[in-house]
Design a protein around this ligand. Structure first.
Ligand code: 5AD
Ligand code: SF4
Length: 524
């Protein structure tokens, strides 16, 4: 097996495409940073790449199909080209499919699961230097290596180094982006019966709070003003100090408690950092972060302590992404979600009592096995009752290896799933329009992200700093509502991007607020 030297990537061009969730986007960013530090260069043109990497998602079959069609095309290109081209499949699909994927798709040179990304440079190096024939030189998967049988904590220490080594993101540096993700927890212990994540991303592991706060501070020093904390169930974050091994003298990542165990009390004398403590620390210790948000929250065990910290910390966004998945207690039970509709609503009402203007987003699955018309109507009723700002709505997709795949026949026909999907989207559309409409006449704080896509298309190649007749800017409120406003003639787009500005809302669509700048901060 090769050891990767700092010059390993010299001259090689990498094309990296990401499928799926925010966690994957962050993984891709870390992979880019790691490879860039080794001398690899990145291209947005797959045709000129020496190394093509697909960071894949397994949550639904559709996401896997997309990646597989890319793998198919790349197979043809490899056959037709006489150049050495390395094709790597990384992320959840690699982990779920396992080494057998190399046999089914011989054009793939390497597989790397999301829990092994620290080993990716070694795998690429092997593939570039030789025709690696030993499986261990081509494959790094949690289910496939001895790391799983060594202590999980030790394996996680290596992975922790990947987050810790995050020094520089070439993409962010060139785009001037002011927003970043920071991981607080890896993996998931919930085992919802439909979900593949606990199998592909492994057991829940919490990063040490000092490492998280340091990372936020470093990003803030680089100009980042908005940080989104990432975890599958962020509110379960919990770190017991003095309970973990150390990495280079620092506290190490910590294997999370098992099912339900986050309720336990710490050993006498142990110091614990809860999610509420972590939020308060980042808010107070990194004041140049203008916006702090987090996804995804689990509807159970979201304590008043977290809500109180949110209420008392003005730079924590009044925004919760808290998937309900279904409005039927019977379906929730079959999904193993561990809460009832009544408990979900109790949480929503409690959140609103602490944070009256909180904006709530979620996820729903339609067509879960055994879902009846009545169950579906209960989901529609829940969408109305909660008044979600938006929901991601998915048709149930059976995933191999999950409990639902093993035990529950996929008995809702696809046309019924499609109908329910469209019907729930329509209900959500009405609710979203109401939620957005209620902002008319109000002034909201908008984090300006970019020249609005439509505006950029209409005005052609808009240069930052130059304002043609009508340029519109777009950004988001603290509650994550997309807001578009006209750029005044005497203000440059570049001076607003990455800042939080007041916008008076003059109108609203289903998913967008329209407004006008209500005062430009002095430095603009
Ligand atoms: N089928 C459909 N949707 C799924 N999700 C997770 N697994 C599945 C599946 N097998 C959805 C859930 C989750 C979101 C990330 O993806 O709604 O919250
Ligand atoms: Fe999947 Fe449930 Fe974990 Fe979310 S909480 S990642 S849906 S198992």
């Amino acid at each position: 097996m090769h050891t990767v030297t700092p010059t390993a990537g010299n001259g090689f061009q990498v094309y990296l495409e990401t499928f799926g969730c925010q966690m994957n986007e962050l993984d891709s960013e870390l992979v880019r940073g790691q490879l860039a530090a080794l001398g690899y260069r990145f291209t947005t043109n797959a045709a000129e790449a020496d190394v093509v990497l697909y960071n894949t998602c397994s949550v639904r079959q559709q996401a896997e199909n997309k990646a597989l069609s890319r793998v198919g095309l790349m197979g043809i290109r490899k056959q037709e080209s006489d150049r050495r081209l390395v094709l790597g499949v990384i992320g959840c699909m690699a982990e779920r499919e396992g080494a057998g994927m190399l046999k089914r798709y011989p054009q793939i040179d390497l597989l790397c699961g999301p829990g092994e990304l620290d080993r990716l440079p070694m795998l690429i190096d092997n593939a570039l230097k030789a025709d690696a024939s030993v499986l261990a030189d081509r494959v790094a998967l949690q289910g496939n290596t001895s790391r799983r049988t060594a202590t999980l904590a030790a394996a996680e220490d290596n992975l922790e180094m990947l987050d810790l080594s995050r020094a520089f993101d070439p993409d962010r540096a060139t785009s001037g982006a002011r927003s970043a993700y920071v991981r607080i927890t890896r993996g998931c212990n919930k085992f919802c019966t439909y979900c593949v994540v606990p199998y592909t991303r492994g057991a829940e592991v919490h990063r040490p709070p000092d490492a998280i706060v340091d990372e936020c501070r470093m990003l803030a020093d680089q100009g980042v003003v908005e940080i989104t904390l990432l975890g599958q169930t962020v509110n379960h974050y919990r770190y017991e100090h003095g309970a973990a091994l150390t990495v280079g003298g620092e506290e190490a990542a910590q294997v999370g408690p098992g099912l339900g165990a986050f309720r336990r009390t710490a050993p006498v004398g142990a110091r614990v950092t809860s999610f509420a403590d972590l939020l308060a620390r980042i808010h107070d210790e990194v004041p140049s972060i203008a916006r702090l948000r987090f996804v995804t929250s689990y509807p159970r065990d979201f304590g008043d302590d977290i809500l109180a910290v949110m209420r008392d910390s003005p730079r924590i966004c009044r925004y919760l992404h808290v998937p309900a998945q279904s409005g039927s207690n019977r379906v929730l039970k079959t999904m193993n979600r561990g809460y009832t509709v009544e408990e979900y609503l109790e949480f929503i009402d409690r959140a609103r009592s602490f944070l009256p203007d909180v904006s709530i987003a979620g996820d729903f699955i339609v067509g879960f096995p055994t879902e009846t018309e009545e169950d579906f109507e209960a989901s529609a009723a829940l969408v109305r009752r909660v008044g979600f700002k938006n929901n991601f709505i998915f048709k149930y997709s059976p995933r191999p290896g999950t409990t639902a795949w093993d035990r529950l026949p996929d008995d809702v026909p696809d046309e019924v799933k499609r109908r329910r999907n469209n019907a729930l989207l329509a209900v959500q559309g009405e609710v979203s329009a109401e939620v957005h409409g209620a902002y008319a006449g109000r002034t909201v704080e908008v984090f300006v992200e970019q020249i609005s896509q439509q505006s950029a298309a209409r005005t052609g190649n808009v240069e930052l700093g130059w304002a043609p007749a009508r340029v519109q800017m777009s950004g988001r409120t603290g509650g994550d509502l997309i807001t578009v406003f006209d750029l005044p003639a005497d203000v440059s787009a570049a001076s607003l991007i990455g800042r939080v500005v007041p916008v008076r809302v003059t109108g609203a669509g289903t998913l967008i607020l329209y407004g006008e700048l209500a005062g430009v901060p002095a430095a603009c």
